[in-house]
Write a protein that binds this ligand. Structure first.
Ligand code: NAD
Length: 504
């Protein structure tokens, strides 16, 4: 297994090996159409591999059903110990995993390392929950003992995007297996490798073969086959709103419930009484880190009128200091846009906004050579309040700066969005900070901060940002069935079995 692991990693350097799926504890190569992956730094082809086929899905389906039973038959303590070992193995393989994530997700290596460590933390956090998932006793008004217990769903299907492959893998895998489920994980066809490696490490840590199956392939083929042909009990989808809606339709046709973790257009609100230096740093981190390819990006910057021009200028100027370039360089702070389709989308949104009259405050970063690779300089648009770029997710380093008059105006603009994933407010007025946090419709909200999330706290969206919750205790509930058990304790049970109507 270690040799296979090394071979998969090597594929990123020499393009001599293909990428398999990992099902029933084994690597299996697909036979479908070739999936071609490009290097975003150079724009050149990096490698290709065959899409997963029906046989792979059938193996994952059968294996996950058996493995789920074996996993749940272990004691909660043993499941927790194995999950702790997964966390430890991820830490031991930090360098490998970070390099793969850097190459496949085109993430700056420094960010990739942080994300790998967070994934280890996710398994460790949920390891601690396995023996604390106790039920409850309900004081019912009859002679019964009524208790509630949490049970695994069975096999869950997870479909994840390219922007944070290993992070979303850990974010979903850890609570799913902590709650006793088996998993079929279909990462983005563009970034399957780090998820494959996590599955291999979990296998080495001692999970039953087939508990974690990773399918390398397209969504419209392999993903849909999994939805339609495997015995899936729930789908957790992380990705774009358009695909999310398609998945929800496919799931409904099969009678399968879903959790949808979709995109956003989050409002980052800056009042004139804020610590403006800190707020400017926060505004940059909110949109430019990860080249804006984050679901919670602060892509709408709402600034109070009195400081609007000054603040926008400060954000735009300071963004020139970022080190942009090759993600594998330890100094790089911002890498390229992940893939050509996304690169074209970001450029299209920027071009249309300017054609419609928006002003691009700063573009042309000293480190960005547009002649090669998929690089976009940090960009701030003014005068675009009512344009598509202020409503639709761009998913790139582009922020739309919108002026507001007062608190009510800021809240109204923040809520003028079909999305509701995240948001923030910057102010020294504590009362106002809480009022704004209370009224902005978003699943995550920061006060004088941005982007901090943690596996222990629930995460999810309002509106078109999705439904259901990931992380925290909420994720364990999403991944569990709830059973209510009624035990008659009376010496002489009521003949009507607790119904008020006489059934005789
Ligand atoms: P995407 O919707 O194109 O793809 C996501 C996944 O869906 C991939 O694995 C893909 O193969 C699969 N897929 C595509 N079509 C499918 C189909 N017909 N049936 C089944 N599966 C299908 O998204 P993307 O471009 O990879 O990722 C970017 C999006 O993800 C952004 O909108 C971003 O906001 C969102 N995102 C959300 C969160 C969150 O937690 N809310 C986190 C990260 C990214």
């Amino acid at each position: 297994m270690k040799a296979d692991y090394q071979r998969i990693i090597q594929s990123y350097w020499d393009n001599t090996t293909s990428i398999p799926s990992f099902v029933n504890g084994q690597f299996v190569y697909g036979t479908g159409e070739e999936v071609v992956i490009h290097d975003a730094h150079t724009g050149l082809e990096r490698l290709s591999y065959p899409d997963a086929d029906e046989a792979i899905i059938a193996t994952a389906d059968a294996a996950s059903a058996e493995a789920g039973k074996a996993w749940w038959s272990l004691t909660a303590q043993v499941r927790g110990q194995i999950m702790q070992r997964i966390g430890a193995k991820i830490r031991e393989n930090l360098e490998d995993l970070a390099l793969v994530e850097c190459y496949s997700a085109n993430k700056p290596i420094r960010d990739a390392k942080v994300e790998v460590l967070k994934v280890a933390e996710m398994f460790e956090y949920y390891a601690g929950w396995t023996d604390k998932l106790h039920g409850e006793v309900i004081p019912v008004p009859t002679s019964h003992l009524n208790y509630v217990k949490y049970e695994p769903l069975g096999t869950v299907l997870q479909i994840t995007p390219w922007n944070a492959p290993i992070f979303t893998c850990g974010w979903q895998l850890a609570p799913a297996i902590a709650a006793g489920n088996a998993v079929i994980l279909k990462p983005s066809e563009l970034t399957p490798v780090s998820s494959l490696l996590v599955a291999v490490l979990a296998d080495e840590a001692g999970v039953p073969k087939g508990l974690i199956n990773v399918i390398a392939g397209y969504g419209h083929t392999a993903g849909q086959m999994a939805i339609k042909q495997a015995k899936i009990r729930k789908i957790v989808f992380v990705g774009s709103p358009a695909t999310g809606k398609r998945i929800a339709v496919s799931a409904a046709e099969q009678g399968i419930p879903c959790v949808l973790e979709l995109g956003g257009k989050s409002a980052n609100i800056v009042f004139d009484d804020a610590d403006l230096e800190l707020a400017a740093k926060g505004a940059q981190a909110a949109i430019f880190s990860g080249a804006g390819q984050s679901c919670v990006s602060g892509s709408r910057l709402l600034v109070q009128e009195s400081i609007y021009d000054r603040f926008c200028e400060a954000v735009a100027q300071a963004s020139k200091q970022f080190i942009i370039g090759d993600p594998s360089d330890a100094q790089t702070q911002i890498g390229p846009i992940h893939n050509l389709k996304q690169y074209q989308h970001v450029n299209h949104m920027l071009t249309v906004a300017q054609q419609e009259g928006a002003v691009l405050l700063e573009n042309g970063h000293p480190g960005v050579d547009k002649s090669e690779g998929y690089y976009v300089a940090p960009s701030l648009l003014k005068g675009a309040n009512n344009m598509a770029c202020a409503q639709e997710e761009i998913f790139g380093p582009v922020v739309v700066a919108i002026p507001f008059k007062d608190e009510d105006d800021a809240i109204a603009i923040a809520n003028d969005s079909k999305f509701g994933l995240a948001g923030a407010v910057w102010t020294k007025d504590v009362g106002r900070a809480h009022r704004v946090a209370d009224q902005v419709k978003a699943g995550t909200f920061w006060i004088n901060s941005y982007k901090t999330i943690h596996v222990s706290s629930p995460f999810g969206g309002y509106g078109e940002s999705g439904y259901g919750r990931s992380s925290g205790l909420e994720a364990l509930r999403e991944y569990s069935e709830v059973k209510s058990v009624w035990v008659e304790t009376a010496r002489t049970p009521a003949a009507n079995f607790g119904y008020s109507a006489n059934l005789e």
